[in-house]
Design a protein around this ligand. Structure first.
Ligand code: ZN
Length: 331
């Protein structure tokens, strides 16, 4: 595939010498090979090492940057760009291995037994000696629940210590179409840091205002903190923000302090954009264009590879096309 068809040229080439650039402008690929950049940094490394990023004559590791590691590849960038040994050393360093583990942290638990086997074979300390026996997915699930419980307890404890707190709620449906209430808490912790945390996901039997209000009251009454609830945010659904009989109105009647109620700015923005789309033609065109771009790259390996090559050529971060979601509101 030739990238010429896209009309791209590397900006780095024009940086190096405008005169030379003019001479070679007929062939950007050739130009790239002959530029000062290639004399020191090998562009081909980028296609072999998906984590490697080259910018401003420095090498970076996108995985280490993402997981906020402290090595040079993650912070100021590595300047000895001609040495592959620097790259090889980085692959073996503790930080990079740790960052890679974090990168794969979202694997399903059913893969746990085979991952443990792989770790045993690679001689991972404490695992290869055979002393650890809790290696199946059931144990993995128990570990996960124990970790989640510890985090949840800490949030509830901070909420108990807070002077006041607010909540953000939204309704959602899981893959088996069970309705849930998502609850986020906002508060100032003891160390005076403002925090926003996911609190819980509660199943809903009914989606009317009375049922939702009752779920919230029961939750905070049980924890003894209902009297500290001072703020409430949600989407603009009438069942939630209805002036007299919405959830917010019902909740404000049982709160100790006047409840500050807000229609979520993000939802308001979404509604505003939807209305704009009805009146302004270019909005529809832009939306269609985004959908077309997504459709072009979706699941087609050759198109995804083209995108990667273009990003490499332009020294841009290697980004992937994220899935497009059209949110359906339950309420
Ligand atoms: Zn790294």
């Amino acid at each position: 595939m030739s990238l010429l068809q896209y009309g791209f040229k590397s900006q780095r080439i024009s940086d190096s010498s405008s005169q030379k650039n003019e001479q070679n402008s007929k062939n950007p690929q050739e130009n790239l090979k002959n530029s000062n950049v290639d004399k020191t940094f090998k562009i081909k490394w980028l296609s072999k090492l998906s984590w490697l990023h080259y910018d401003n004559k420095k090498m970076f590791c996108t995985i280490c940057v993402k997981h906020k590691m402290k090595n040079k590849f993650a912070t100021e960038g590595v300047t000895n760009i001609s040495k592959k040994s620097a790259v090889k050393e980085h692959v073996k360093c503790k930080d990079h291995i740790e960052a890679k583990k974090l990168e794969t942290a979202h694997l399903p638990l059913r893969l746990l037994p085979s991952i443990i086997e792989m770790m045993k074979e690679s001689g991972t300390p404490h695992i290869s000696d055979g002393l650890i026996t809790y290696t199946n997915e059931i144990s993995g699930h128990e570990f996960l629940m124990a970790i989640a419980k510890t985090i949840e307890d800490k949030i509830w404890s901070e909420l108990s210590d807070a002077v006041a707190f607010g909540i953000m709620i939204d309704e959602s449906t899981d893959i088996i179409t069970t309705k849930h209430l998502d609850i986020y808490a906002l508060y100032v912790a003891k160390n005076e840091i403002f925090k926003t945390h996911f609190l819980c996901l509660l199943p809903l039997t009914d989606c009317d205002a009375e049922s939702i209000t009752q779920v919230l009251i029961n939750l905070f009454k049980k924890k003894g903190i209902l009297s500290k609830l001072v703020a409430f945010v949600s989407d603009g659904a009438s069942v939630i923000l209805g002036k007299d009989e919405g959830v917010a109105a019902k909740l404000s009647r049982v709160c100790t302090y006047p409840l500050i109620v807000n229609h979520c700015v993000v939802h308001r923005l979404a509604l505003a954009c939807k209305d704009v789309g009805k009146e302004i033609e270019i909005y529809k065109e832009a939306e269609l264009l985004v959908k077309k771009i997504y459709g072009y790259f979706k699941n087609l390996c050759s198109h995804i590879q083209q995108l990667k090559e273009i990003q490499n050529l332009l020294d841009c971060p290697i980004l992937k096309i994220k899935r497009l979601y059209e949110i359906c509101w339950l309420a």
